[in-house]
Design a protein around this ligand. Structure first.
Ligand SMILES: Nc1ncnc2c1ncn2[C@@H]1O[C@H](COP(=O)(O)OP(=O)(O)OP(=O)(O)O)[C@@H](O)[C@H]1O
Ligand SMILES: [Mg+2]
Length: 462
């Protein structure tokens, strides 16, 4: 088996601080490599270092060999698309916001594969069909759901035929059937090369097989054949990680639903359309203080749009949405965005963003530190902007910002999609306790049926 990619003592630093301790690994043909690990443990930095994509503020040391040759950052960049490709953790970072979806894939077949326009268009249509997106070719990325954008990014990235594919959480936010489809697609696209996948989903690691690395706090904690590591983990952290999968959680739903509390929201015969397509019609339900209600449905069915409608960000075609809690202020009806970067400006530090809401809403500043500790957020992130923290750190920071506003209603759109199972459980427990202790109603979207089952009193299936 030929070695496609070899890392010798690759480490990443910011100033003198080590973010990723020296790591060595080999990616061989036909032998996928999967990385599981704690949020913020350096997984994405490792993938970015391999690509030659780290921000200039970060320094990388060690050797990176591709196809047996030690290559500089610039040399590796020359391989992008043709030999080496990365699906970034945030699909929006790899999509052009003003280009039609089909054109984003056609362009790759034309420019990287050298096909003529007509053939490239045909190949792109076939690629979109394979990821279940044949109907969205003429839309632009902002008209897609999070899961659809994820699939479009995969179609565009793999179109160039690169043999080495690095995929950073390629299945997040996708329901089981779509997730399995994406795993199969990545396997088939990398069959002549190899696949390095970063995931928080232990089932995905099992499906991929091959070799497994487990990371925590910038260090490699365990390494071995995937099935062996998952079936008999040696390290305490690996054991805890596997044991924290939602399927084995004990119920964390608040014990008794408060039947005596008041309705805060009543929805009657709601009909909502987007992009000319009716997403749901005749939807009626009511939400009480302290309810934790799950929202489930296939990728693109309108889960996030339901939240937008309830928060008056989208106008329904018909039906009624009545807010009954008159005492609550508008900013206490909140949404946690499915894609955390879309809720942040990169031009200011996270600390500044926090200061702004603390001042604007006269929030007690002493609440910040304990909440950050509860969310396992390191202090140092407040000095950085949203691009210089990990995907899971930003997701937890957006939860921190929401909780400081004492929400009465929180639409939490896949709030744990970028978190490892241990952190996901801690964060979900925190949201559920917010419901039972502060009486906030939480509408929880998740593609994970087990998580919804263990967490919610009631489920809306779209
Ligand atoms: N530009 C940067 N400057 C300073 N620190 C950074 C920068 N980018 C990332 N970090 C830090 O490096 C650590 C590793 O980040 P990385 O994005 O690799 O984590 P990750 O394992 O991918 O986590 P997640 O699962 O949450 O995506 C984090 O603590 C993060 O805050
Ligand atoms: Mg990451």
């Amino acid at each position: 088996m030929s070695v496609l990619l070899k890392l010798i003592d690759v480490a990443v630093y910011v100033g003198d601080r080590c973010l990723l301790a020296p790591i060595s690994l080999e990616l061989t043909q036909g032998q996928p490599l999967t990385i599981l690990g704690k949020t913020g443990s350096g997984k994405s930095l490792l993938a970015q270092a391999i690509m030659g994509l780290l921000p200039t503020a970060l320094r990388v040391s060690g050797e990176i060999h591709v196809y047996g040759k030690r290559m500089t950052c610039r040399e590796r960049q020359q391989l992008w698309g043709r030999e080496l490709v990365m699906l970034p953790q945030e699909p929006w970072h790899s999509l052009d916001p003003i280009m039609k979806c089909v054109d984003q894939v056609t362009e790759v077949y034309q420019c990287v594969k050298g096909q003529n326009k007509q053939d490239a268009l045909r190949s792109a249509e076939e690629a979109l069909y394979q990821v279940g997106l044949s109907h969205i070719g003429n839309k632009r990325p902002d008209e897609l759901s999070g899961g659809m954008a994820q699939r479009l990014a995969i179609a565009a990235a793999t179109a160039g035929g690169a043999t080495v594919i690095l995929a950073d959480e390629p299945t997040k936010g996708l329901d089981v059937s779509r997730r399995d489809g994406i795993v199969r697609l990545l396997q088939s696209r990398s069959r002549f090369g190899s696949l390095l996948t970063i995931t928080h989903d232990v089932t995905v690691a099992r499906q991929l097989g091959g070799a497994l690395l487990v990371m925590k706090d910038g260090h490699l904690v365990e390494k071995g054949e995937t099935m062996v590591v998952l079936d008999s983990p040696q390290d305490d952290y690996t054991r805890a990680l596997i044991a924290a999968e939602p399927s084995v959680w004990t119920d964390i739903a608040p014990h008794s639903q408060k039947h005596d509390t008041d309705d805060i929201l009543v929805v009657d015969q709601l009909k909502v359309a987007r992009g000319g397509r009716t997403l749901f019609d005749g939807l009626s339900f009511s939400i009480k203080q302290g309810d934790v209600i799950g929202v489930v449905g296939d990728s693109g069915c309108g889960k996030s749009t339901l939240g937008d409608a309830l928060l008056h960000l989208v106008t329904p075609l018909s039906g009624r949405i009545a807010r009954l809690n008159q005492a609550a202020k508008p900013h206490q009806w909140l949404k946690l965005y499915q894609d955390p970067p879309s809720a942040f400006s990169a031009s200011v530090s996270l600390g500044q963003l926090l200061d702004d809401i603390i001042q604007l809403h006269d929030i007690d500043r002493t609440r910040v530190a304990p909440l950050m500790a509860k969310l396992s957020l390191p202090n140092g992130i407040l000095e950085r902007n949203c691009l210089a923290v990990s995907g899971g750190e930003l997701q937890r920071f957006s939860i921190l910002r929401a909780l400081l506003l004492d929400p009465v209603f929180l639409f939490a759109d896949e709030p744990t999609s970028r978190l490892d199972p241990i952190t996901a459980k801690e964060v979900t427990t925190l949201l559920v306790s917010l419901a039972s202790e502060a009486g906030c109603a939480v509408l929880l979207v998740s593609h994970d049926a087990a998580l919804i089952r263990k967490t919610c009193h009631q489920v809306i299936s779209l």
